[in-house]
Design a protein around this ligand. Structure first.
Ligand code: ANZ
Ligand code: ZN
Length: 825
């Protein structure tokens, strides 16, 4: 009688043993190639949910696989512990954010351990503790010194509910709502700290050497939004210069008016006396609208004439200067030459205010009739009404006109990016304090390196409104100016948590580095020897929702580190892969209010970790995800029970001599399985790994009834089967490995190699169907071509019998599998 598969006992046993033996600790070993596998660190918002499991298990499987391939693998984990959600959740529950976060971390750490992942827990980091954030502050100071961080009075998106400013990336949708709480954001003018992300705009577009999903690359590309064109110098009639940015210098002769953003600094100067009052009123209205409203194509455009004119530098034409809300100050120069014939927004504006429309690019089918829409095509059409450039193909026109502008000294080539500098300041308590001191005499002074960290006072009273408690904390607030020693106050804003997570991959390599040594300007934020060995990250896995936030920030951070001489590379992660999302069984996003949340803990209790792990890989294409299916897990659970039984049950089949074909077939199947599992792990096709292993298991059950049972080949096949399954199901395989009396942990074994020659088949068996029914199995040389196959089939005695009185209408070959013959009278 076989033993029962007691996953509860086995899993606990091995988790404890692994921890005790420290088998997953990764230390420098210069004889081995390193592999740094990183999974996005969780946010300690409460429990570990199925999404965490879905993201992390396959990452763990691949890390384990790399280890068995002989790499020295670092697979660390930590907690992204500062930030708004934790603070809001804590406030709701009337506990201090620190307490709330730390207790969540404790719980999550335990739950993470129940995954049986190969995390190197010695390297855990928590971003909200001073030994971590002193380095976050050190980076702030370093980048401040490098001119990469600056302070600016700026209109910012402010969430009135969360009581803080948001980065552009944290504002969503047409109505501009807060990412966290959905409240529509408002505009506020505040002095804020910014990171000069835009310095790296061009470099961020270059992804050579990176193995990242095209989707993420495209999202980043669009986010950076590079436009090439020209800056053209217009003048007002009174001689005041106005620069415009245009992507279509080839349409210059079609400019029939000029438009300024309501915030444009020249508005006041340009507006003529009689118009001053009405312009002022108009602007007051316009600036209240959101940027999205103003830029949208659908929204009705409004504007007002300044009463003044500008001179078009290419033809000296006098065109009216307008102010309109569809021009924003944050892009280009905040001034536009309007070409209604070729720009849809200008077209609508011209129609509404009765401004002239002049066609300067002739559509190929142009009949000279009035335009119903702007003609915006840039690859077909010729220039017209453009003096000596008439007849030029539009595809070539842009560069020619830019050359012309530069020769004439009235403009130059210009590039614009949609990317904005990163707003770092948050008016919230739960974050790393920005290390700045304000002195009446000296202004904003950075905290000395030696005085870091600026500690976040844990005794601050966090208020229910979310208003920043630091503003009222005397002990925190009052300090001395680092320059003049006069009394001064601290910056009370804290840093966006994305700053903390921009460098966490560097913290793992030497957690809380030099925690007892004072910081200096020339400190190094990690152990140089560890850095030399482990960096940069080889494979990064996580959600695609970070494409234009974290994944841009961490690239920017790394480039800034490189420019400060801290690292010698410019890209933090060589390979990136994104998982999909597991939805509720109702195909909706999982949420407590919908009641469709699947709790991994319940599944683990019922089925065991190994089954949950295998199911999460088997049930979905990893990068796709999809709705939860509670039935599928039973099949996987049965699979593992059958694995267990295969190893622990005796078969009572009588032993015979090994037949040679059987042995060859076993070898071939074994090597085919190794090959497909290996390739699937390499390619992140986790679902088919389990499928191949299920198939192979069925095969093993089949040959258990034959003479192969308990032969040398059989034992080898079982060993390999366990090895192939071990990254996916580390506990059951370890237990069975031990039971079969193998020395050492299965997780320290070498990954099985496949042998191509074992796969070279001399003959393969194919089924032959006639009119849908299998009538024979025939051996065919594996490299046979169509005519050979046909010959073989048609000369088979059985087939001849079946086809005796009929004609062949179709002969279909499904290579290596089946042959279909359609016959009739
Ligand atoms: C004249 C023109 C003619 C334009 C034409 C387009 C088509 P992208 O491609 O997104 O970079 N623009 C420039 N600055 C602007 C601002 N601050 N607010 C709103 N619109 C602005 O868009 C560049 C085009 O957007 C520029 O080229 C300009 O209109 C407008 F047939 O100039 B164009
Ligand atoms: Zn001072």
């Amino acid at each position: 009688m076989s033993e029962q598969y007691r996953f509860d006992i086995i899993e606990k046993k091995w988790q404890e043993r692994w921890e005790k033996d420290g088998i997953y600790g990764a230390d420098i070993d210069s004889y081995k190639k390193r592999h740094y596998a990183l999974t996005m660190l969780p946010y300690p918002s409460g429990d570990l949910h199925i999404g965490h499991w879905y993201a992390m298990i396959p990452s763990d499987v691949r890390a384990r696989y790399m280890r068995m391939k002989g790499y020295n693998v670092l697979f660390p984990i930590g907690f992204d512990a500062f930030g708004l959600p934790a603070e809001n959740a804590a406030i709701q529950r009337k506990v201090h954010p620190y307490k709330w976060t730390i207790s969540n971390i404790e719980r999550m750490r335990n739950r993470l351990k129940s995954m049986g992942a190969m995390f190197d827990w010695r390297r855990e980091i928590v971003t909200c503790i001073p030994e971590y954030y002193r380095w976050t502050q050190w980076f702030f100071r370093k980048f401040y010194d490098a001119g990469l961080i600056y302070r600016k009075f700026a209109p910012v998106d402010f969430c009135p509910k969360c009581n803080t400013t948001l980065a552009r990336e944290q504002v969503w949708g047409e109505d501009k709502h807060c990412e966290r709480c959905n409240t529509p954001v408002i505009k506020k003018e505040l002095e804020q700290w910014f990171f000069k992300t835009t310095r790296y705009a061009e470099e961020l577009l270059c992804v050579s050497g990176l193995d990242w999903p095209q989707r993420v690359i495209t999202m980043q590309h669009n986010w950076i939004g590079k436009s090439t064109g020209a800056e053209v110098d217009f003048k007002t009639e009174k001689g005041c210069a106005i620069k415009v940015f245009t992507t279509r210098p080839d349409t210059l002769w079609g400019a029939t008016f000029l438009v300024l953003a309501p915030e444009h600094p020249l508005v006041e100067q340009v507006t003529c006396a009689e118009k001053k009052q009405s312009v002022k009123l108009y602007i007051k209205e316009a600036v209240r609208k959101t940027e999205v409203e103003r830029l949208g194509v659908e929204k009705e455009k409004t504007g007002i004439w300044t009463g003044e004119y500008a001179i078009n530098p290419v033809n000296n034409e006098k065109i009216p200067i307008w102010i309109a809300d569809y021009i924003v100050m944050t892009y280009g120069t905040g001034a536009v030459m309007a070409v209604p014939a070729h720009d849809q927004r200008d077209f609508e504006f011209a129609k509404k205010y009765n401004l002239p429309v002049r066609v300067v690019i002739q559509p190929p089918s142009g009949d000279g009739k009035e335009l119903k829409l702007a003609y915006t095509v840039t690859d077909v059409g010729k220039m017209i009404n453009s003096s000596r450039f008439n007849g030029i193909e539009v595809s070539k026109a842009k560069d020619m006109i830019i050359d012309f502008l530069e020769e004439e000294g009235i403009g130059k080539a210009s590039v614009n990016y949609r990317l904005r500098d990163w707003l770092l300041s948050r008016q919230r308590y739960w974050g790393a304090p920005i290390p700045i001191i304000y002195c009446k005499k000296c202004g904003a002074v950075p905290v000395n390196y030696e005085d870091l960290p600026v500690l976040l006072p844990i005794d601050a009273q966090v208020s229910a409104s979310g208003e920043n408690a630091l503003k009222y904390h005397r002990g925190f607030l009052n300090t001395k100016c680092p320059k003049c020693s006069g009394s001064a106050v601290r910056e009370t804003d804290t840093m966006d948590t994305f700053v903390c997570s921009s460098w966490y991959q560097y913290a793992y390599i030497s957690p809380y580095w030099k925690k007892d040594v004072p910081l200096k300007h020339n400190s190094i934020p990690f152990d140089p020897e560890e850095a030399q060995y482990w960096l940069p990250v080889d494979v990064y896995t996580g959600g695609i929702e970070h494409a234009t936030m974290h994944l841009i920030y961490t690239r920017v951070f790394t480039k800034a580190m490189r420019d400060c001489g801290i690292v010698h590379f410019g890209e933090p992660m060589i390979m990136l892969r994104n998982q999909g999302i597991i939805l509720g069984e109702d195909s909706e996003k999982m949420s407590k209010s919908r009641g469709n949340v699947i709790a991994p803990d319940n599944l683990v209790e019922r089925y065991g970790t190994d089954t949950v792990r295998a199911y999460l890989m088997f049930g979905w294409r990893w990068e796709q995800g999809g709705p939860w299916d509670s039935k599928g897990i039973d099949g996987v659970s049965r699979f593992l029970s059958r694995v267990w039984n295969l190893f622990t049950e005796e078969s009572h089949k009588k032993q015979e001599d090994v037949k040679e074909e059987q042995a060859t077939e076993l070898k071939r199947n074994l090597h085919l399985t190794i090959k497909s599992v290996t390739e699937d792990i390499e390619r992140f096709n986790f679902n088919t790994i389990i499928a191949s292993l299920m198939e192979f298991l069925n095969y093993l059950y089949k040959i258990r009834e034959t003479s192969l049972y308990k032969t040398k080949q059989w034992d080898e096949a079982l060993d390999v089967f366990l090895l192939l399954l071990s990254p996916c199901c580390p506990h059951i395989t370890e237990e069975l490995w031990e039971k079969t009396k193998k020395a050492g942990s299965i997780h320290k074994q070498k990954w099985p190699q496949y042998n191509l020659s074992a796969l070279e088949l001399k003959e393969i068996q194919v089924a032959v169907q006639i009119n849908g029914k299998v009538r024979a199995h025939i051996l065919i040389p594996s490299d046979a071509g169509e005519s050979v196959i046909k010959e073989k089939v048609l000369s088979d005695e059985k087939i001849k019998q079946w086809l005796k009185n009929s004609q062949i209408k179709k002969f279909i070959i499904v290579k290596g599998k089946i042959i279909n013959i359609v016959s009739g009278e």
